[in-house]
Write a protein that binds this ligand. Sequence first.
Ligand code: XIL
Length: 344
Amino acid sequence: NGLAELFQDHFKVGAAISNRLYNAHNSDLDTIVRNNFNSVVAVNCMKSERIQPDEGVFVFKDADSFVKYGEANDMFIVGHTLVWHSQAPDWFFVDEAGNNVSREVLIDRMEKHIKTLVGRYKGRVHGWDVVNEAVVSEGDGWRRSKWYEIIGEEYVELAFQFAHEADPDAELYYNDYNLYVPARREATIKVVKRLLDKGIRIDGIGMQAHYLLDTPLEQIKTSVDAFASLGVNVLVTELDISVLPFPNENVSADVGLSIEYKEKYDPYRNGLPNEMEQKLRDKYVDLFKIYMSQKAVSRVTFWGVSDRYSWKNNFPVKNRTDYPLLWDREFKPKVAFHGICDLM
Ligand code: XIL
């Protein structure tokens, strides 16, 4: 088991996988995943819009295949994600006239959703991203999602409580992005402390880790250590490092077809220069050193395997050529892969 075996004394090493993998075995991807990872998480198939697209209509086909894939390969299986404002169908939150449902109705829907999904995979899915992306860096730190708007702050503890009731043995995580940003770090600590103070089960904080080449390492380390000092595990849940500029302006679809746009926002569409490969390696190596320095880091999961299928090719701008992962578009290990292996 390549990567996972190398780092077995430090943490699990995971990959986010999608149905192109678990519905089609014996591919290049399949070989890489089986040889290098001891944990998997599903990219999309366990999100609420997929699991319960309409009220009471549960669709488990892909999620079943995902869990079987993890079991067949003896992996630590992570479910993603139970309560999130994104990729969640409207019917949860609004009635036919477009008005918000009552607090009681939303809590009831949340409970049914969580208990049906977690209950189905009880004892088989080992950990759940229970709440995803509840904080922001502005104001009081709470994201004004429909969950928050309708239920209030308690939506977080209710979600953890329902998940715990559905599978008392499953690990439960709070997951969010850019947690190296001080205001987001503090907001997360506040959310997690609430749970701990009330004696509600929470096993870890998931740091998504969708980084750029210049994401500040010291801030990342500060957050890793701060979360660990709460007494919970720290999971790196969605690691990838984009080499592309992250535009602040709004880039529209038709601009996306112009040559100026390509030059500016898709500079490596014909290949990544060697010096950039090395920058990517150095960033990965520095991150892994941080993760290895903190015993509470118990899993490092990459958001994908090959650059060919990375979501970063389409986010935050569509149709680009990014290089955020450890295997290239032809499924060959990159310089960054070897750099990480050389740490051990
Ligand atoms: C992304 C998937 O990779 C895409 O395929 C999908 O279109 C959008 O969502 N944070 C998360 C993940 O928690 O679920 C997101 O995954 C990436 C950002």
